[in-house]
Design a protein around this ligand. Structure first.
Ligand SMILES: Cc1ncc(COP(=O)(O)O)c(C=O)c1O
Length: 382
């Protein structure tokens, strides 16, 4: 079976891990954590980074640091991984789910603007959701499949409405817009995941990036149980969200190869797109609008079908051909815990989600293996 996305750990990972064991630095204190933070900040074009134990933890602590509180609303696209919404719920807040743009699969900014104009009202320094009276506390754009959202317009709206922005860039390390790296697109905080299926992995892990030193210090403090000094003094309810030296050791080795990994991911995407050009009546390529450079976390295609069962049938056939293909995110408003969450119209996310096919895209996938996947897809779709 050709797997969907497995890590390539053939660089310095084992050597760095051995160093952790030899020196005894296996927990959150250790030299690799600081090295990892510097390397990830540099790779993402942001001045500062705080490493966390997961991307979800990074999102949660970022929202807390920016003041999201119980009963607040946070605007985000419904087409995302459930962790984006969960991080909001962990604050006691609720996701306000916006539809996505069909040309990018990212937050529909025109719709966002309409929601702010038509459904919100400013009261002093607070922005309120008119119907419920609840505070709208932040924007959380997601970089779907690693493609950055339209941050120029989102940041401009955020300034206009005085809302902080946390970018969920979980899978977007290595992406850019107009040559600007993904950590420098104007969000107050940008969050990455280094989960096992990401282009760069720590086994598990995350990072919160930004340029405001006081804000990043608040993130670090909250992620370190809000501890003051060494005498078990804590000034608020914090979290044990630190990354370990072991995770960071793997991450440091992985980051050394980021450029090669992204190049491999982009090559895989280009090959799939070229090979499936003759199948355009059955499947479209993933979006990459002009001016954007995606790190191409996953590759695959968008099936032309109105039948949600068609994907299941295709996945089973591909499985039979030795290809571990998978569907993609089910929108948040269709998930059990968020059925009651406020939302905009969702015609695009509902028309998209069950049609997105992800195909094997490990950075070390060989040309021969990719050829096998391509042949299998062609056989199944024609
Ligand atoms: C968009 C998005 N947000 C958040 C996360 C959560 O990251 P983690 O698995 O590191 O907690 C993921 C991970 O897959 C993701 O894809």
């Amino acid at each position: 079976m050709i797997p969907l996305a497995i890590p390539d750990l053939s660089g310095n990972e084992a050597r760095y891990l051995q160093e952790c064991i030899a020196t005894g630095f296996v927990s959150s204190v250790g030299p690799f954590v600081g090295r990892f933070e510097q390397a990830v900040a540099q790779a993402a074009g942001a001045p500062l980074a705080v490493a966390t134990c997961s991307g979800t933890a990074g999102l949660h602590v970022a929202l807390v640091a920016l003041g999201v509180q119980r009963d607040d609303l946070v605007l985000l696209p419904s087409l995302t991984f459930i962790a984006s919404a969960n991080a909001i719920a962990y604050c006691g807040a609720e996701p306000w789910l916006v539809d996505v743009d069909p040309s990018s699969w990212n937050l529909d900014v025109a719709l966002l603007e309409q929601l702010l104009q038509q459904e919100c009202v400013r009261q002093g320094d607070r922005l309120l959701h008119r119907a419920s009276g609840r505070r709208v506390a932040a924007l959380l754009p997601v970089y779907t499949l690693g493609l950055p959202a339209d941050m120029q317009r989102i940041v401009s709206l955020a300034r206009q409405w005085q809302l902080p922005v946390v970018a969920d860039a979980a899978a977007a390390l290595g992406s850019a817009w107009q040559g600007v790296a993904v950590g420098a697109l104007g969000a107050d905080l940008t969050v990455f995941s280094f989960n096992g299926n990401k282009t760069v992995t720590c086994g598990g892990g995350g990072a919160v990036l930004g340029g405001n030193a006081a804000l990043l210090q608040r993130v670090r403090h909250l992620a370190t149980t809000a501890r003051q000094g060494d005498a078990y003094d804590h000034d608020q309810i914090g979290f044990n969200y630190r990354m370990t030296n072991l995770q960071a050791a793997v991450g440091c080795a992985q980051l050394q190869r980021l450029d090669d990994f992204v190049a491999a991911k982009r090559r895989l995407r280009a090959r799939y797109n070229a090979a499936f050009a003759g199948l355009r009546a059955q499947m479209l390529p993933f979006p990459e609008p002009e001016g954007y450079l995606s790190a191409c976390w996953f590759s695959g295609g968008l099936l032309h079908t109105h039948d949600p069962a068609a994907m299941q049938r295709l996945l089973q056939r591909l499985q039979g051909e030795g290809v571990a293909a998978r569907p993609f995110w089910k929108p948040i408003h269709l998930q059990q815990p968020y059925r009651q969450a406020p939302r905009s119209r969702q015609s695009v996310s509902e028309a998209l989600w069950y049609r997105i096919l992800t195909l094997p895209c490990s950075t070390a996938l060989t040309e021969q293996e990719q050829e096998q996947v391509i042949t299998a897809v062609q056989r199944c779709l024609t």
